[in-house]
Every structure is written in C-alpha cells, then in structure tokens.
Design a protein around this ligand. Structure first.
Ligand code: NAD
Length: 312
C-alpha cells in the first residue's frame, strides 16, 4: 500500500486531497499547524486506520518514520488576508518549509509535488497565461511575500530535481473554490456569498472590470492526481479558463441567492492583478484533463456549504 504525506492537509485543498488519496487506497499522513486550516476539514478521517495526523510546523525540521512514496506540499497561507497578516511565515513556509520537505523526499526517495500558483505570473502582460511566461511580479509590494515565496519554491524544487535527481512535480493552481473554503478568507467568492446571504452590501474592488477564472475543487484535485502520476517535471497550469469580470461574478452570486444586497465599489488593493486566465493546453495534452464542472453547478454546491456554515 502506497504511503503519502500531505503538508497543509487540514486546509481547503489539502483536506480534499486527503479524501481523494484515502479513496484511492493510500495510507495518508496529513501534516498541519492549523494557522489557516481547520481540523474539522479532516476529522471524518480520524477513525480510519489508514489515516494519521501530525500537528507540526513544516518550517521546523520534518521527520516522518517509515517509507513515503509521495509528498504533497500544500502548506501555505493562501489568501491575501492571510498572507498579509503572516508575511514572514508565508515566506518561511515557501522557502524553509519547501527545503525541509525536499530533504525528506530525498531521504525517503519520494516523489514530491508542490502547490505553486498563478500568482507566479503576477499582474500578467501575457493573456491567457501559459507555462512559458515568466511573469510580472513586484517583489517588494504587499503580495510579494506570497508570489516570491512561490517563485523561490519552484526554483528550489527544480534544483533538487536537476542536482539530486529527485522526482518532482509542479502544479500552478489558478483560483479554486468549493466546500471547505473559509467564509472569512477575504477572497471574492466567500466574501460575495456571505455578504449576499447576510443581506449586506456586496463589496467589489475597483470598478469590477478585473477578471478571474474560477475552478471547482473536484476538477483541480483530478488534475493534481493525474499530474502526480505522470512523468512530467516542469510546471503545469491547472485551472478553469472560463473567465469572468468581478462585477459580473458579483451579479451572478446576487441572482443565485436571490439577494437584494447592493453592489458597492471600493478602492482596488495595490498590485491587484487585472486579468487572470489559464492556458490549459499543456494539461489537456499531457494529462487528458479538463475541467468538467461549470460555474453555475459549482456555485450551487458551494452555496449549500456556506448556508450550512452560516446556519441560514
Ligand atoms: P489553506 O489556508 O486552506 O490551506 C493551507 C494549509 O497549510 C492550512 O491548513 C494551514 O494551517 C497549513 N499551513 C500553513 N503554514 C504551515 C506550516 N508552516 N506548517 C504546517 N502547515 C502549515 O489554503 P488552500 O487554499 O487550501 O491552499 C493550499 C495550497 O495551494 C497553498 O500552498 C496555496 O498557496 C496553494 N494555492 C491555492 C489556491 C486556491 O485557489 N485555493 C490557488 C493557488 C495556489
């Protein structure tokens, strides 16, 4: 039976990965320090003999007894609210945390997959973004702590691949949504949904013309699963190319909920990307993968989750 370590396993994406690998018959170890995660995301797995949980900060030396076939690195504050509150921790988890896990992978001869991000493209000058674009990132702006940590993480992972011959995989994740997102993580979707459900004004930054492309979590997890089992070590975009402006998106959520909330506009945060759309040609060809869940269906499922969380 294969054994896998999932760092950040109690987070939004990490917990869905735990579910998926448990379902595939793996022994799963979730490692987390719960800075932004929630033990409730994985508590249903605790009764299972193939599941273990280690409470640990991966910026400290990481030790796991026994063999490990795979390591997934999904530990990092991921939303602007989180990483602006924890700038140094964010830099450390992308750098020291990645180094610690790569060291563990080398010792155990594991294959390691890292969660990179569309943020490595910064405020992109190329549209849509494909993997060969190098990005437009402001290293010293407020978002630099996250973007540069992820760029360093990719560089370090490539160095372990070329220098130590480690088997590595790099997924560049575009905005993903679904159950287990935190309502207060400051991202557009949970913010719009909770404001509309509470009858508060829906706050859109800028004039709302900036675009995002939202991928439903099940589609992302499928893409990651296929990439991990592939033999491709260079970065691969996984996301949904269906692009929408934030103004249209707020209206979509307003209609879905049947809310009478007003849409109000606030100042655009510094370095907010103006456009975001993945070019997924590589994932299609390499992994025979493409997103299957359309936004209206994904939003309905996510809304049910948020309603339960809010008790409405
Ligand atoms: P999340 O905050 O829900 O999950 C991150 C998890 O990592 C949390 O459980 C947190 O407690 C844990 N963590 C943070 N620092 C840690 C440390 N030092 N030691 C151990 N655990 C630590 O966020 P998420 O949305 O699930 O993101 C997971 C990964 O995917 C992150 O690396 C993020 O950068 C990446 N990503 C996510 C998205 C997205 O749309 N959700 C997009 C691009 C990239």
């Amino acid at each position: 039976m294969k054994r896998i370590l999932i760092a950040g396993g109690a987070g939004f994406l990490g917990s869905h990965l735990c579910d998926r690998f448990m379902k595939e018959g793996y022994k799963v170890i979730a490692m987390d320090n719960l800075v932004t995660g929630n033990i409730r995301n994985i508590e249903h797995l605790f009764k299972h003999p193939n599941f273990e949980y280690y409470h640990h900060d991966i910026t400290k030396f990481v030790h796991v007894p026994g063999p490990l076939d795979y390591i997934l690195h999904f530990a990092s504050p991921a939303s602007p609210i989180d990483y602006l509150k924890m700038p140094i921790q964010t830099l450390k988890v992308g750098s020291l945390g990645t180094h610690n896990l790569l060291g563990l992978a080398k010792e155990k001869k594991s294959r390691m997959l890292i969660a990179s991000t569309s943020e490595v493209y910064g405020d992109p000058l190329v549209h849509p973004q494909n993997e060969s674009y190098w990005g437009n990132v402001n290293p010293i702006g407020p978002r630099g702590v996250y973007d540069e940590a992820k760029r360093f993480q990719e560089a370090m992972t490539m160095a372990y691949h070329t220098f130590h011959g480690l088997e590595t995989r790099i997924v560049r994740i575009f905005n993903t949504y679904g159950p287990r997102m935190r309502l207060d993580d400051g991202r557009a979707l949970p913010a719009f949904m909770s404001q509309a459900l509470k009858g508060e004004d829906i706050t859109v930054f800028g004039d709302g013309s900036q675009t995002r492309s939202f991928c439903y979590v099940d589609d992302l997890i499928e893409g990651i699963y296929r990439l991990m089992l592939s033999d491709y070590h260079l970065p691969v975009n996984i996301g949904n190319p269906n692009e929408v402006s934030l103004k249209e998106f707020a209206e979509e959520i307003q209609h879905l909920i049947g809310s009478h909330s007003k849409i109000v506009y606030q100042a655009l945060p510094q370095d907010d990307p103006k456009q975001r759309q993945p070019d997924i040609s590589l994932a299609k060809e390499l992994l025979q993968w493409q997103p299957l869940v359309d936004r209206s269906e994904g939003l309905r499922i996510t809304l049910d989750y948020f309603k339960k969380e809010l008790g409405v």
